[in-house]
Ligand binder design. Structure first.
Ligand code: ZN
Length: 392
């Protein structure tokens, strides 16, 4: 496609939007393509603030390197406050991005008055797109749940599992087998289920056409040309390190299946345990999980290079731990390190809390409409950008 034609097309599009009274036209993509957005891949590093990203960068590629998640044309900051608290949690944080509304801490897929709000995943599904959720935490945990469930209490994982089943999300990969099985049944992992209603949700998913897998080898063996839907549960609760399958492997398989739909897809991928590590001020694992997330971002970028109508967004629901980085020891209690830097040198990590913080989180993006994310926005703006991409 000639760039000139694209420019002509853009001018016409801008004129049409102007005539239609539209306020702002979507930005052209970095590749110059004006094709309709077909796919959205949203990466959420739970608890991944600026310092978590920078520590991962220093560790993986050094002072002069760039992570795949940072080497993107759009960069912004997001305010993360919940409706009822300046310090949010994953439920309200993910709901803001999934539904475009600020809600209260602990609430999933409902606004602050507890009215259900359609999610971007449901919007995509209504357009005939396939949908997927991938995480290293239980698949019923707050972040993935906010994209396909509507419930006032994030801890009700048994009910969330039912809602995920009924939402008919095409690909679900993560931990959390316990919420899918009754107390007298065992799946692939050690603990029996925790459901008290005697329902086997895994069987329910298989009855609706899902292939069920529970280890990396079985996941690798799934043939994306024949698996219509996929449910992978890789732990009783959160996945244990080293994650097997890795976040990158889960992301690759999800894309391989979802790309077979005729109308594109929406996929959310969460590195859920950056937050867990930061809650215990464990810099080593917070850094390792952020690097893991970057490997998954590379998988998505590789796909987007051949499918440039793919919007990729990388951000966080909130920061955890009040992490800071220093290049010399501060001699403080709880200091982590030294950590070696790629290419030489070392750095230290200090923490100011074991809780979430209200600091803004970085957002980077590429693909159609990505540049709208430049600047400083509320976290609900992530929904607006994705919604606009689906409206094109
Ligand atoms: Zn947390």
């Amino acid at each position: 496609m000639m760039r000139v034609n694209n420019v002509k097309f853009l001018c016409m599009l801008a004129l049409l939007l102007l005539l239609a009274g539209a306020g702002c036209a979507p930005q052209p993509t970095t590749t110059g393509s004006t094709s309709t957005t077909r796919n959205i891949i949203l990466f959420i590093g739970d608890g991944m603030g600026q310092a978590q990203r920078q520590a991962a960068r220093l560790s993986a590629v050094g002072d002069n390197g760039r992570l795949a998640m940072d080497d993107m044309p759009a960069t912004g900051l997001l305010h993360t406050a919940a409706a009822d608290n300046p310090v949010t949690d994953s439920a309200a944080g993910a709901t803001a991005m999934a539904c475009g509304v600020k809600t209260n801490v602990g609430v999933i897929g409902l606004d602050a008055s507890l009215i259900p709000v359609a999610t971007i995943l449901e919007r995509a599904k209504s357009q005939g797109k396939l949908t997927g959720l991938v995480t290293t935490t239980p698949i019923t945990d707050a972040t993935p749940a906010a994209f396909a469930a509507h419930i006032r209490d994030r801890t009700l994982s048994a009910e969330i599992a039912v809602q995920l089943l009924n939402a008919e999300v095409d690909v679900m990969l993560g931990g959390g087998e316990d919420a899918f099985l009754p107390t007298d049944e065992r799946g692939c992992y050690e603990e029996p289920g925790k459901r008290t209603d005697n329902r086997n949700i895994i069987r329910g998913a298989v009855n609706r056409g899902s292939t069920w897998v529970c280890d990396a080898a079985a996941l690798a063996a799934v043939d994306p040309t024949s698996a219509r839907r996929l449910l992978g549960l890789f732990a009783d609760q959160g996945m244990t390190r080293p994650f097997s399958p890795s976040l990158a492997e889960m992301t690759q398989k999800a894309i391989d299946i979802l790309t077979r739909g005729p109308n594109g897809f929406f996929l959310m991928v969460e590195a859920g345990q950056i937050d867990w590590a930061a809650h215990t001020n464990d810099a080593e694992h917070a850094i390792a999980d952020t690097i893991d997330l970057d490997r998954a971002v590379k998988i998505a970028r590789h796909y987007a290079a051949k499918n440039n109508n793919t919007l990729i967004i990388v951000t966080a629901d909130h920061e955890t731990g009040g992490m800071t980085i220093s290049r010399t020891t501060m001699g403080l209690n709880g200091e982590d390190g030294p950590f070696p830097m790629a290419g030489g040198g070392k750095f230290y990590v200090n923490w100011s809390t074991i809780q979430h913080t209200p600091v803004d989180v970085p957002v980077t993006a590429m693909g159609p409409g990505a540049k709208l994310l430049n600047g400083v926005h509320d976290n609900t703006f992530v929904y607006e950008v994705m919604d606009l991409a689906l409206s094109e």
